[in-house]
Design a protein around this ligand. Structure first.
Ligand SMILES: [Zn+2]
Length: 125
């Protein structure tokens, strides 16, 4: 529910969607962070073209980007490629490894979505 007093926009999460903190496995408590991790990569062709215009023609970067054929980097937006992490207040202020947390979360979710037959064969092997 949006907060009208402070004009806050929110996205609702069902209780069934919540998980313990993905960094320490502890409880989230009342205030926590949701981190959405997306993959991104430099688009070398566009980046080189933009940088060439910026330096070769003496354009500033902002002007070169206006004449560029595309962005210098791409962010993957497919929902299945986004990893959502829940982070408690303690971990937010500590040393966390986002790559390790993403790996753990994605492995656990893959096992959860695995059909039962495949799961049984995996245990036999
Ligand atoms: Zn934590």
């Amino acid at each position: 529910m949006p907060d009208e007093k402070f004009n806050l926009k929110t996205t609702g999460l069902k209780l069934s969607e919540l998980e313990p903190c993905n960094f320490c496995d502890g409880p989230l408590r009342s205030v926590f962070r949701v981190i959405e991790v997306k993959h991104a990569a430099v688009n070398a062709r566009n980046a080189n073209q933009t940088l060439a215009m910026a330096s070769g023609f003496g354009f500033g970067l902002a002007l070169a980007e206006v004449f560029s054929t595309g962005p210098g980097a791409e962010v993957l937006e497919n929902a299945e490629a986004v990893t959502r992490l829940f982070c408690c207040q303690d971990c937010l202020c500590g040393d966390v490894n986002i790559a390790v947390a993403c790996e753990r979360v994605n492995e656990r979710r893959a096992k959860k979505n695995q059909p039962k037959e495949i799961e049984e064969h995996a245990q036999e092997a």
